[in-house]
Design a binder for this molecule. Structure first.
Ligand SMILES: [Zn+2]
Length: 64
């Protein structure tokens, strides 16, 4: 537990404010994928919740 607490403190120091997402221009944490559009360094690294929903809808429609 002590080790993880120390890491948490370093983490707070490491995070320096926000930067703007180059994709959607919304504020995001540096070195992290944008929570709004899922882009990181001009490439998509994960799906946003909205996209997962739409993907599920598409697959459901295909099955019908
Ligand atoms: Zn974005």
């Amino acid at each position: 537990m002590r080790g993880s607490q120390r890491e948490a403190q370093n983490w707070r120091i490491h995070v320096q404010g926000h930067m703007l997402c180059p994709q959607c221009r919304s504020p995001k944490l540096p070195h992290f994928a944008c929570p709004n559009c899922g882009f990181y360094k001009e490439s998509k690294v994960y799906r946003t919740r909205a996209e997962i929903r739409s993907a599920k809808k598409e697959t459901q429609q295909e099955q019908k």
